[in-house]
Design a protein around this ligand. Structure first.
Ligand code: IMP
Ligand code: MG
Length: 179
């Protein structure tokens, strides 16, 4: 680590424990399911989904979609839009949406509404992190890793203007980079 690196907020070991715990719960709950279909929301969730899917002990398949918030000059974030859709039909499938972090709740709310009308057998969601203090839209998170305060975190897939996604831990920006 260099002094420029973000401060450790959640260590690699703590992330590993958290992912293992989530995977145990999900594997147990879906033990009877024929196949669990994981839907990752790009880009932030790609590392979490890779680890979570490998820690599951049940049959599962993976697909991705990509979403983004409209850029606005006035508000911090605009409404959510779909950039890339799934490749597979989810009708009749047990779908678990995998998100990196739930902040305002807008993205998760959008995703769940988008997928609910496609006729999945079941539809739930799993998020590694949640910032309840930032919620604007109320959403249910069926499987949650950790609640965190209102701070901007990076690493383990999460970015700050595309930086830091590959950090192995979850950090908080420090030094001259921090706003
Ligand atoms: P929401 O729609 O406000 O809930 O935001 C969800 C998305 O914003 C997440 O999937 C992330 O991509 C991004 N996001 C929210 N908070 C953070 C953060 O602290 N660090 C990095 N990305 C974040
Ligand atoms: Mg995300």
């Amino acid at each position: 680590m260099t002094p420029e690196d973000p401060k450790v907020f959640i260590s690699e070991e703590a992330i590993r424990r958290c992912v293992r715990k989530l995977a145990r719960r999900i594997s147990k709950d879906y033990a009877e399911a024929e196949n669990l279909h994981l839907v990752g929301a790009l880009r932030g969730s790609f590392i979490f989904l890779a680890d979570l899917s490998r820690a599951l002990t049940i049959p599962r398949s993976v697909d991705f979609l990509a979403v983004a918030s409209y850029e606005t000059n006035v508000a911090p974030k605009g409404p959510v839009r779909l950039i890339t859709d799934l490749r597979t039909d989810i009708a009749g499938k047990d779908v678990l949406v995998v998100e990196d972090i739930v902040d305002t709740g807008d993205t998760l709310d959008y995703l769940m509404s988008l997928l609910a009308v496609r006729g999945p057998a079941s539809l739930k969601c799993c998020a590694l992190l949640s910032k309840p203090a930032c919620r604007k839209t109320s959403v249910r998170i069926d499987y949650l890793g950790l609640e965190i305060p209102d701070v901007w975190v990076v690493g383990y897939g999460l970015d700050d203007k595309e930086r830091y996604r590959a950090l192995p831990y979850i950090g908080i920006r420090s030094g001259k980079d921090a706003d």
